[in-house]
Ligand binder design. Structure first.
Ligand SMILES: Nc1ncnc2c1ncn2[C@@H]1O[C@H](COP(=O)(O)OP(=O)(O)OP(=O)(O)O)[C@@H](O)[C@H]1O
Length: 508
């Protein structure tokens, strides 16, 4: 039975104490959640336990023995299995090849048939069935995560650490993951589960440790902690969980999507004759299970993908054929789903990232930033959006994931755009940050911005939307008022069942 103790770990980066006297104990066979606000130091801790970073001081004790890892390879050899938020798989290789890669002496030359057989046996034994011959790039995100877990178990992990595993999953995939984690726990494997989602932590964990500002504040059984207590502890103040925003006062139509059809990368029709209107001062939520046309719809409105049918009108003008930069100049802001790929220039400073859309006076001349005024503006935005550290010269890549997201929101929301398209805007943010971002969104809505909110989080859709449009298989199933919308009705519509059809069905 494996146990893991972290004793007084400390890790500093220039100007930041990322982990300060971090102490916690993971008992044999328990599921231990680590909760903490953005930048609290969770990823830094996991990177030390998995050999990516070396602590400045303190010790890691695995099964009563002090261990030091100078590389991830050494941590793996000691039985530490980590599933990172960004998967480390090779898309072009098969499941079996990915699983055995790095653990077999022959590497690529390890007999393929043997690999297929071993992976099939293992995945079935642990209750995570996989097709060993499938190519990883053809798998859903949930399945790829399964490959990562099987890979860790193949390397004989004695403890499994999952860094925000549900951030990329649909609600159904999350349920499936929980079944797997419960089974692994029965097999005696302790699990460390990092998350911001309090309800999930309460559903899966035995013990919870709360971190704030690099320190561990407490560890206690989950049964004796309420969601609001944990939220307050995490962010150091009281937060309203899932409060609904106030009523809206919609104005003129800003976005008019009419009969729009769009193809996906495989040239299949991903958006099918979708029509809707969005008014100034209104938030329209697009609900749906991931992969039902949301990405293609958004990319068409932003101009990254062309329409095969229909039109998009913005503020009364047809923009269907306009370029992305013309649309941005006209007043469309965009918070993309993939912050690292589309949202930020990672090696650039925060000032440069915040000013990307405003290369004009007073912040820039002829395309070059004027350092003084650009920095002053950046400093103000970093403060308003509580980016930590609020350091205009820091490189975007040195920030924690949640703080990178806040930088994108600061840039896009602060423009008071006529139209804001926000895809999963609070993904990876802690409850305190979610609350303040929701306020910012409500504020610009009340100032007249139209907001198209695309989210897989039903709670977020319900908390913010004035109207909710449910997408299934590329079509609009139904559009409902946000106030009083029923979670069940939306959930059913997400499976393609129209609410009226449900009633008819019940009456029969
Ligand atoms: N490589 C690095 N260089 C400089 N600073 C860093 C580096 N990695 C982390 N930090 C800083 O250490 C602190 C802790 O970051 P960490 O990524 O551990 O937080 P986190 O709790 O995982 O946050 P999130 O939930 O937002 O992912 C942050 O202030 C961050 O800016």
């Amino acid at each position: 039975m494996t146990t893991l103790s972290i004793n007084h770990l400390r890790k500093t980066f220039p100007g930041v104490i990322a982990n300060d006297d971090v102490t916690l104990h993971i008992a044999a066979g328990e599921t231990h959640a680590i909760l903490g606000e953005n930048g609290a130091g969770k990823s830094t801790l996991i990177k030390m336990v998995s050999g990516l970073y070396q602590p400045d001081s303190g010790e890691i004790i695995l099964n009563d023995k002090v261990v030091t890892f100078s590389s991830p390879r050494e941590a793996i050899r000691a039985g530490i299995g980590v599933v990172h938020q960004h998967f480390m798989l090779i898309p072009a290789l098969s499941v079996a090849e990915n699983v055995v890669l790095g653990s077999e002496p022959g590497g690529f030359h390890f007999p393929k048939r043997l690999a297929v057989q071993k992976v099939k046996e293992l995945s079935e034994r642990v209750g995570l069935p996989l097709d060993p011959n499938a190519r990883v790039e053809d798998l859903s995100v949930g399945m790829q995560q399964r490959v990562e877990i099987v890979k860790a178990l193949y390397r004989q992990a004695r403890i499994l650490i999952l860094d925000e595993p549900t951030a990329v999953l649909t609600p159904q995939e999350t349920e499936d993951l929980f079944v797997v984690l419960r089974k692994l726990k029965e097999d005696g494997i302790p699990i460390v589960f990092i998350s911001h989602k309090l309800d999930e932590v309460r559903a899966i964990a035995d013990t919870v440790t709360v971190m704030r500002a690099g320190k561990t504040l407490l560890s206690q059984p989950i049964a004796s902690s309420s969601a609001s207590e944990l939220a307050t502890l995490m962010v150091g103040r009281e937060v309203a969980l899932n409060a609904r925003t106030t009523a809206s006062h919609p104005g003129d139509v800003i976005l008019h999507v009419s009969d729009l059809s769009v193809l996906d990368d495989r040239k299949l029709q991903a958006v099918k004759r979708v029509s809707f209107e969005l008014r100034a001062g209104e938030i329209l939520g697009i609900a749906g299970v991931d992969g039902n046309g949301q990405t293609e719809l958004v990319e068409a409105i932003v101009g990254m993908r062309s329409a095969v049918n229909g039109s998009i009108r913005f503020a009364g003008r047809d923009i269907t054929r306009d370029t992305v930069s013309d649309r941005i100049k006209a007043g469309i802001s965009y918070v993309p789903q993939d912050r690292q790929r589309d949202g930020l220039v990672l090696p650039f400073t925060l000032t440069e990232n915040l000013m990307l859309r405003d290369l004009k006076p007073p912040y820039a001349k002829r395309g070059w930033l004027t350092p003084h005024s650009a920095q002053a503006q950046a400093r103000e935005l970093l403060k308003r959006f509580d980016v930590r550290p609020p350091e205009p010269d820091a490189a975007a890549q040195s920030l924690s994931g949640g703080n990178q997201q806040k930088v994108i929101l600061a840039r896009e929301v602060s423009r008071s755009p006529r139209l804001l398209i926000a895809v999963q805007p609070t993904r990876g943010l802690d409850v305190g940050a979610i609350e303040s971002i929701h306020h910012e969104l409500e504020k610009i809505r009340d100032l007249g911005s139209a907001i198209l909110l695309v989210s897989l989080e039903l709670d977020e859709i319900l908390a913010l939307s004035d109207r909710i449009c449910v997408l299934h298989a590329g079509s609009v199933v139904t559009t409902l008022p946000g106030e009083g919308a029923s979670r069940d009705a939306i959930g059913l519509a997400m499976t393609g069942t129209h609410p009226d059809a449900q009633e008819v069905h019940h009456e029969k």
